[in-house]
Design a binder for this molecule. Structure first.
Ligand SMILES: [Mg+2]
Length: 426
């Protein structure tokens, strides 16, 4: 069932769909050239991309030896504090909701693997850490959340040491002002209430793209409110007009048959992508939906396996890849997904983990990724006290400006850090 097949055997209509998807999404330079070349990557091509190192670290001239990596907590906010033997200290912000569950993995296993190592060797250390002591047997979302927290800290440590922005380690910044779409988190409210809410999001931010929720979330076809989905799909288009880019997320609500029925409605009202129609790990039903429809299917926020990413891209399970920058193991792994997707002429729109500085991570990633989609997910401004001399960190005229300072370009309020408790395993 899961035997990989060569991309060259993918039906022609898949490629026609690829072009349609790109037209709807608005192509970027990288994607346009990949798609325009008209050559499909082989499974082996994708494997080579997956295995190739990602980081460009020429600007980090000397070793950045890791002296300590600590986990801190202030209220519900987790912080990672890392120091180098040269005395550089950084503080980064992991995903709060998942760190609340993953912190024992971080403390007991992930962070210690990187101590006394040169941060410049992070990619090989990540590989060794994955193999060590059969740790790969426990890989899953929480495992990769913990690994991401370490990765962020070490990228920041290198950025602050070399005084270079994060984008430099990933091929350089391509854009600074990142157009975002505002994502509504509501489900179960009436269509009229949801329209009012979406109007308030657009009014306060100036966004030119929005996303709302369909179905009942992992609900085996039941809607959150009878008839809500069928009412909202046309109503949102009618309310916001043709100039607004519309996305909708089913959060695993449907089987293939119902997923296709809802998708046809979205096609009728010119939606630009349809996210997670079927249960997220039911790749087979998702592919059925994708094959039946012309609307681009978006998927991947819970995916942490690079092998499954490769298979999904080669077999066109989705049209828009959506790795989460925390759940999927960090920027390095997400970049591998982006590069595999680019080879197949596909766009990437990262999923944004709620809380923490998730929106800022998305903006940073979008700044350097060639085949990024036209709008990135945005769910509101940070509640974490940070300062940034190069960006307001707010959504203005539908865009968030990517910071350009060293590392992630923001400083967590030292007082907030001082008041945080250092976490230890009991
Ligand atoms: Mg989603």
């Amino acid at each position: 069932m899961f035997t990989p097949r060569r991309f060259s055997s993918v039906p022609r209509r898949t490629f026609l769909k690829s072009s349609a998807a790109l037209a709807l999404l608005g192509s970027t330079r990288g994607v346009a050239s990949a798609a325009g070349a008209g050559k499909a990557p082989s499974f082996e091509d994708l494997q080579r991309i997956m295995d190739a190192p990602v980081l460009s670290l020429e600007s980090v001239k000397a070793p950045v030896n890791v002296a300590s990596i600590e986990l801190l907590k202030n209220g519900k906010t987790y912080l990672v504090r890392a120091r180098s033997t040269d005395g550089v200290e950084v503080v980064t912000v992991p995903n709060p909701a998942s760190m609340a569950k993953a912190f024992p993995i971080f403390l007991d296993w992930a962070a210690p693997q990187f101590l006394k190592k040169d941060a410049r060797t992070i990619e090989s250390v990540q590989k060794e850490a994955y193999r060590a002591e059969s740790n790969y047997k426990m890989q899953g979302l929480l495992f990769w959340v913990a690994m991401t927290a370490v990765e962020q800290a070490l990228l920041e440590l290198m950025g602050q040491t070399a005084k270079r922005p994060l984008a430099d380690f990933f091929g350089g910044a391509r854009r600074r002002d990142i157009p975002v779409y505002y994502a509504s988190g509501n489900r179960g409210n009436t269509p009229e209430k949801e329209i009012e809410y979406l109007q308030s999001l657009v009014g306060s931010s100036g966004v030119r793209a929005i996303k709302f929720r369909l179905g009942g979330r992992m609900s085996r076809n039941a809607d959150s409110l009878p008839g809500r989905t069928e009412a909202l799909i046309p109503l949102v288009r009618k309310t916001f007009g043709d100039a607004m880019t519309l996305y909708a997320d089913a959060n695993s609500s449907y089987d293939a048959k119902e997923g296709i029925r809802i998708g046809r409605m979205m096609e009728e009202y010119r939606y630009a992508f349809y996210e997670e129609p079927c249960e997220f790990d039911d790749l087979w039903s998702t592919k059925q939906v994708a094959d039946a429809l012309t609307i681009p299917i978006a998927l991947g926020e819970q995916e942490f396996s690079l092998h499954r990413w490769r298979w999904c891209i080669a077999n066109r399970v989705m049209d828009v890849v959506q790795p989460d920058l925390h759940y999927g193991g960090g920027f390095i792994r997400a970049t591998k997904v982006a590069r595999m997707a680019a080879a197949a002429g596909m766009n990437l729109v990262p999923h944004m983990s709620g809380g923490g500085l998730g929106y800022l991570d998305v903006v940073q990633f979008a700044a350097f990724t060639p085949n990024i989609g036209p709008f990135q997910e945005f769910k509101g401004d940070a509640k974490i006290p940070v300062s940034c001399p190069t960006s307001s960190l707010k959504c203005e005229n539908g865009m968030v400006r990517c910071p350009t300072g060293p590392g992630f370009g923001v400083t967590v309020d030292p007082d907030f850090v001082r008041k945080a408790q250092v976490m230890k395993l009991g």
